[in-house]
Design a protein around this ligand. Structure first.
Ligand SMILES: Cc1cc2nc3c(=O)[nH]c(=O)nc-3n(C[C@H](O)[C@H](O)[C@H](O)COP(=O)(O)OP(=O)(O)OC[C@H]3O[C@@H](n4cnc5c(N)ncnc54)[C@H](O)[C@@H]3O)c2cc1C
Length: 365
C-alpha cells in the first residue's frame, strides 16, 4: 500500500494516507487526503482554495472514532500547540489551550502547576480540541465544569467564532459539535482553573479510598487534587485496557435508559441488575452489567471481542487489519444477545465515520 505521499512539496498535505495507526481501535483505513494544521492561518489558506462541495472530516487523537477502510474525504488534523495564561488572580488562573495539546498531558501539567479542576479527567485519551465534542466526563466531573469558551472555525461559512459554554449546548456526553457533525473545527479551548487545593471531587466509586491512601502516604490528612489525580490514574489503569497494548475506543455502548416499570420487571428475574435512578421515572442501566450477564464477557465475534475485565470495552485482536465491517458484525451480535435476553436496545457510543466523511451517531433518546 502507498502511504504518506506528499504533493505540492508540502508535507502538511498527504495523499492516500494510512490512518490505521491514527485511531486507537487500530482499524484499517486509508484516507484520500490528510491536511495537518500546525497554525490557524493554514486553515484559512486551505479553506480559501477548497470547493464548498469538498467532503471534510476532522480527526484528532482517533480515540472515539470508527474509521472506514476507504475514507474518501479530506481529513483535517488540528495539531496547533501551546498553553497561554490569559488571566490570573489569587483564586484562579485562566488558560487558553491549543487544540493539538494532548489531553492527559494538559491535565498533569495543570495539576502540577497548582491549577485545579481537570484532575478527575486524567488519562482520557485524545487531544484538547476534541474534548468539547462529547463534553468528556469521568468520576463525577465533566469538561463544561472548567471550560469557559472555545475558538472554532465554522467550515460551511469559512468564518471564525468564539463560543461560550452556553453556545456549546453541553449535555451528558453531548454538545453542539456532536449534534452538527462536519461543521466546526475547534482550535482553542479556554479554561478557568482554581488554585484552592480544598475544592476536590472525590466521592465517586473507589476514588475517595484510593486518594485517601495516597494522602496518608504523603502525610496529609485530606486528599489533595494530586492525590485524586493519582488515584484516578491507578483505578483507570486497573479497569481499562491501554489502547497501545490492546486496541479499543473506550466504552463502546451507551448505558441504556429504560422506564422504572421495565426495570422493576427485570429486577424480579435479575435481583442484582445495576441501575441508577433518572428523572421522569426512568432508570439508567449499566450496559457492562448487561453484557457480562448475557455471558458475553470475553465474547463477541473475532477479531472484535469484549474485554475480559470490562465488558463494555470492545477490543480489536487483529490490529491494522480488522475493518469497520468486523466492528458492526460484533456490535450487532452483542446488541441482539442483549435484546433477546433483557429486551433492551443497546446503542453505540463512538463516532461512526462513513466512506464520504459524514458521521453517524446513535442516540438512545
Ligand atoms: C481507553 C479509552 C478511555 C476513554 N475514556 C473516556 C472517558 O472516561 N470519558 C470520556 O468522555 N471519553 C472517554 N474516551 C473517549 C475519547 O477519549 C474522548 O471522546 C476524546 O475526547 C476523543 O478525543 P480524540 O482527540 O481522540 O478525538 P477523535 O477520536 O479524533 O474525534 C472524536 C470526534 O470529535 C471530532 N473532533 C476531533 N477533534 C475536533 C476538533 N478539533 N474540532 C471539532 N471536532 C473535532 C471528530 O470529528 C470526531 O467526530 C475514552 C477512549 C478510550 C480509547
Amino acid at each position: 500500500m502507498t502511504t504518506n505521499l506528499c504533493f505540492d512539496n508540502d508535507t502538511r498535505y498527504q495523499s492516500l494516507a494510512d490512518l490505521s495507526h491514527a485511531n486507537t481501535m487500530a482499524l484499517s483505513c486509508v484516507a484520500d487526503t490528510v491536511v495537518t494544521l500546525t497554525d490557524e492561518s493554514q486553515l484559512d489558506d486551505f479553506m480559501a482554495n477548497t470547493a464548498d462541495s469538498q467532503p471534510l472530516f476532522v480527526l484528532s487523537g482517533g480515540s472515539n472514532v470508527l474509521l472506514p477502510e476507504q475514507l474518501q474525504a479530506t481529513v483535517l488534523r488540528p495539531q496547533m500547540r501551546g498553553i497561554t495564561i490569559t488571566a490570573q488572580t489569587e483564586d484562579y488562573v485562566d488558560i487558553e489551550v491549543m487544540a493539538g495539546e494532548n489531553w492527559h498531558d494538559l491535565v498533569t501539567h495543570t495539576v502540577n502547576k497548582g491549577w485545579y479542576g481537570l484532575e478527575n479527567l486524567a488519562l482520557i485519551p485524545g487531544l484538547t480540541g476534541a474534548a468539547p465534542v462529547q463534553n468528556i466526563g469521568a468520576y463525577g466531573v465533566q469538561l463544561e465544569d472548567s471550560m469557559r469558551y472555545v475558538r472554532a472555525y465554522h467550515l460551511p461559512s469559512k468564518t471564525w467564532h468564539q463560543l461560550t459554554t452556553i453556545d456549546c449546548q453541553f449535555g451528558y456526553r453531548d454538545s453542539l459539535f456532536k449534534r452538527t457533525p462536519n461543521t466546526w473545527l475547534i482550535s482553542r479551548v479556554g479554561f478557568r482553573l482554581h488554585t484552592n487545593q480544598t475544592h476536590i471531587s472525590a466521592d465517586y466509586g473507589d476514588v475517595q479510598a484510593v486518594a485517601q491512601s495516597y494522602a496518608e502516604q504523603h502525610g496529609h490528612t485530606q486528599p489533595t487534587p494530586i492525590d485524586v489525580m493519582n488515584a484516578i490514574i491507578d483505578i483507570r489503569k486497573q479497569k481499562l485496557p491501554d489502547p497501545k497494548q490492546l486496541p479499543n475506543c473506550g466504552s463502546f455502548f451507551q448505558n441504556p435508559i429504560i422506564t422504572h416499570d421495565q426495570f422493576s420487571l427485570l429486577q424480579a428475574t435479575y435481583p442484582h441488575i445495576v441501575g441508577y435512578p433518572m428523572p421522569d421515572s426512568m432508570v439508567k442501566v449499566a450496559a457492562g452489567w448487561l453484557i457480562e450477564h448475557a455471558g458475553l464477557k470475553g465474547g463477541g465475534i473475532e477479531p472484535i471481542i469484549t474485554h475480559k475485565k470490562q465488558a463494555l470495552v470492545l477490543t480489536n485482536h487483529a490490529p491494522y487489519q480488522a475493518t469497520q465491517t468486523d466492528v458492526i458484525t460484533a456490535q450487532n451480535h452483542i446488541a441482539k444477545c442483549i435484546y433477546d435476553t433483557f429486551a433492551i436496545t443497546l446503542y453505540r457510543e463512538p463516532v461512526w465515520v462513513n466512506t464520504d466523511g459524514t458521521v453517524g451517531y446513535e442516540y438512545a433518546a
